[in-house]
Write a protein that binds this ligand. Sequence first.
Ligand code: AMP
Ligand code: MG
Length: 352
Amino acid sequence: METKIVTIDKLDSPESVEEKLACAGGIIRQGGLVAFPTETVYGLGGDALNPESARKIYAAKGRPSDNPLIIHIADMAHLNQVVCEIPEKAQKLAYAFWPGPLTMIFKKAAIVPYQTTGGLDTVAVRMPSHPLASLFIKKAGGYVAAPSANLSGKPSPTNARYVVQDMDGRIDMIIDAEGVEIGLESTIVDMTSEVPVILRPGYITQQMLSGVVGETDMDVTIYDSSSALAPKAPGMKYRHYAPRGELVIVEGDPQKVVKYINEQAALHEADGKRTGIIGTQETLSEYRASSIKNAGSRSDFRVAARQLYTFLREFDDEDIAYIYAESFADKGLGQAVMNRLLKAAGHKVVQV
Ligand code: AMP
Ligand code: MG
């Protein structure tokens, strides 16, 4: 299959943007697949109401078909069509955080095929805030099922170059545009129980959610990797975001962390193995290795969130065999960063 790559930039007139997205939307209506930017990561879109489109998404990603897809909408009125009921707390959260990086789980309506929900009676819905995503969804008919646009297991793509790397030849079109600002996938909250349960941490933190609806719970498997329970979001059980190199997270007193990482890096480098480090503003100048990435200040995790997947992909491009990452505070946005980092590392953590 030839994949058409369509670039949209500031030089495009509104008419040109409209025309390009109408073409992309037409592909979705006809059962094809289009990768598109959102404010979180790039999505791999297909018609959410067409079982055949869901099948194609799983095939393109190499994703297990029990891992349900998120339905993206662009119009609040469309939520009613794909869910059975909208609990009051969900209305409040939608009002507070949509459009934006929040996905909510509802009981599904009959028109949503089981192929889209991975066989579940519930459905995940999000309304993205990226203006191009929004217009694209409208042109596509209003309901776009979209997981992240990476091959299963690889880091989610935060720029079109990585979408092309994974999806060229496997889908109909890739829309290349700016505006992927957050860099981590949406927060997922299950609204089917009285107390909403966070299934995947993200940019919308537990504190922000509780500020709107009061008590919220967190799926135990998010913070307890030794839990014998299966995660409630089926996708959370799979190995994710893994770079080719071996990734280890190092926790402890910052000076000890720097010393340990530098010692390990020196050993590997002496052995001819290129080593990468994910450090922070506060420690960066002290590191010595082939590739050193700056995850921003420890007082603001937005840079770490935005850059994490890019770093992991760059380490692959740079042929890095060993990677050491500082750990991030397990609260607020740091919790989302840490959750993805732990998955990428297969939960390998060293305490120093
Ligand atoms: P991705 O599209 O790559 O961001 O992955 C979607 C995530 O949403 C996966 O972790 C899925 O398991 C999760 N998800 C989607 N639908 C549901 C649902 N109905 N119930 C629980 N988790 C869901
Ligand atoms: Mg994904």
